[in-house]
Design a binder for this molecule. Structure first.
Ligand code: HEM
Length: 475
């Protein structure tokens, strides 16, 4: 889908209308228009079709939530991602990374090849479930029915997002259609696991003020999860259904996104030995003999972070954002040279993929070049676009949207920007550093050639045939 939109962009430019039968979408990928939709006039654009598609899975979780629910929940959830908790999470990422390294060592000893997309997916699933609601999926070790249910419910979200007619809303579909029947069963299983965690957290609730919560020693807690934080926050309404919606939303939002970014970073690095060497040298210098990086190490491993960020530029997860105009509006001209009138109810595809692969903003856009983020870039042909300036993200983990004046939005932008951006950057950097510190890789059958890896889209950009590699220990 996202590749089709890129082809149309070549013919029709940065703003065009796409029709599927009676439905139509405005496709936009101009930084000045995106700044308008995602920040300046954000409350005029809700999630539209996405809310309808995600309803049965995420309920009123942050991603699909209407603005009224969103305001309350966002205010509750954001403080959960505070520094002390993120510091603690880095050690947890290290623990999960060690298990992954162990599994890769076993594969090497047995002469086996490994699907790295699947491996990164398992490690990300284990991390997110433990961090967010203190549940041990154990998917790196093997597949359990709950893991299967979590993965299949994600596949159903992708299926629904790509199906123009919402047939699952018709009566009896969950009885007559096999995939809908299975989806219902999977949701029962997954909700059962989530509800158990919620009931447990509610039963030993210890009310605390925000300050107290932010200063807890998470390493000494039995349940150091985000759920614990949300339940314990003084004055918070702790309705079980809303908590379930919040938990499942984060499980889905924070799992395959990170895994895909890791997959594509490894895919690209493997084709560029000089760059790989540079990254591994940085890792060796910063980590020395330590097996797991600290939060400080991640800050010092700039190349590792930039590789993760460059992977997100080339393979944005998700490649499209969806919006619907609540009222009439006027979009700024941007590079198109003329303003666009927006009618009430108009649906939008915000093509992050088109934006981040656009040569106007990213010269050699199809080349994996993490060091581009160290160089300033301006394009005098585009009035109103300030260009990319590395000085503007100093002290932060990745090149933010303001550094590129909205030409790169790996975590979205404005008030509805990803709440897990720092979490994901830390998690991805820890995993990448640990894997590359311990192993060299080579492409292996059935994806012995990079061209055999292929892409396909769901909510994220998947490797169509997996990313099969042979690990070789470096130490
Ligand atoms: C929203 C990307 C990891 C939780 C978003 C959005 C993007 C995004 C682009 C904006 C969606 C929109 O505007 O329609 C990513 C990427 C990740 C990642 C690329 C990993 C590399 C995570 C993690 C969590 C998370 C780890 C949770 C722990 C959320 C939530 C929202 C969100 C709750 C909705 C925010 C709101 O509407 O207020 N993410 N995300 N994400 N993400 Fe992430």
């Amino acid at each position: 889908m996202y590749l089709g939109l890129q082809k149309y962009k070549e013919n029709f430019g940065d703003v065009y209308k796409l029709c599927f039968g009676p439905k139509s979408f405005m496709v936009v990928s101009d930084p000045q228009i995106l700044r308008h939709i995602l920040r300046e006039n954000v409350f005029n654009y809700d999630k539209g079709v996405l809310g309808e598609v995600l309803e049965d899975v995420m309920g009123k979780g942050l991603i699909p939530a209407d603005f009224e629910t969103w305001k309350v929940r966002r205010r509750a959830i954001v403080p959960g991602f505070h520094k002390a908790w993120l510091d603690f999470q880095v050690t947890e990422f290290g623990r999960a990374g060690q298990l992954l390294v162990q599994k890769l060592k076993e594969a090497e000893a047995e002469g086996k090849t490994v699907d790295m997309e699947e491996r990164f997916g398992s490690v990300a699933l284990d991390i997110i479930s433990k961090s967010v609601f203190n549940y041990e999926f154990g998917s790196v070790e093997g597949e359990s029915p709950v893991v299967k249910a979590a993965i299949q419910s994600l596949r159903e979200v992708e299926h629904r997002a790509q199906t123009p007619f919402q047939y699952w809303k018709l009566p009896l579909m969950d009885v007559l259609v096999e995939r809908q029947r299975e989806f219902k069963e999977n949701m029962v299983l997954l909700n059962g696991a989530l509800n158990k965690c919620i009931v447990q957290a509610l039963s030993d609730r210890k009310e605390a003020d925000l300050d107290e919560l932010e200063n807890r020693d998470y390493s000494k807690m039995e349940n150091p999860s985000l759920l614990r934080f949300l339940v314990d926050m003084r004055g918070e309404a702790t309705d079980g259904k809303q908590l379930r919606d919040d938990m499942i939303t984060m499980l889905i939002a924070g799992h395959e996104t990170t895994a895909s970014a890791l997959t594509w970073a490894l895919f690209e690095l493997e084709q560029n030995p000089a760059l790989m060497k540079k990254v591994q040298t940085e890792i060796d210098e910063v980590m020395g003999d330590r097996e797991c990086p600290t939060h400080e190490d991640v800050k010092r491993m700039e190349m590792v972070r930039l590789c993760f960020a460059e992977s997100l530029r080339m393979y944005p997860e998700p490649p499209l954002l969806i919006r619907r105009a609540l009222e009439e509006d006027m979009l700024p001209a941007g590079a198109t040279g003329k303003e666009t009138k927006v009618l009430r109810g108009m649906d939008f595809f915000v093509s992050i993929y088109n934006l981040q692969r656009d040569e106007k903003y990213w010269p050699n856009a199809n080349t994996f070049d993490p060091e581009r983020f160290k160089r300033k870039y301006v394009n005098p042909d585009i009035p109103g676009w300030a260009g990319y300036d590395p000085e503007k993200w100093k002290g932060q983990l990745y090149p933010t949207e303001t550094a590129s004046d909205y030409a790169m939005l790996p975590f979205g932008a404005g008030p509805r920007k990803c709440v897990g951006d720092a979490f994901a950057m830390l998690e991805g950097s820890v995993a990448l550093a640990m894997v590359l510190r311990n192993f060299d890789f080579e492409f292996a059958a059935p994806t012995a050639q990079p061209s055999e890896v292929g892409t396909c889209t769901g909510a994220t950009i998947h490797a169509r045939n997996g990313l099969w590699m042979r690990p070789r220990a470096r130490r």
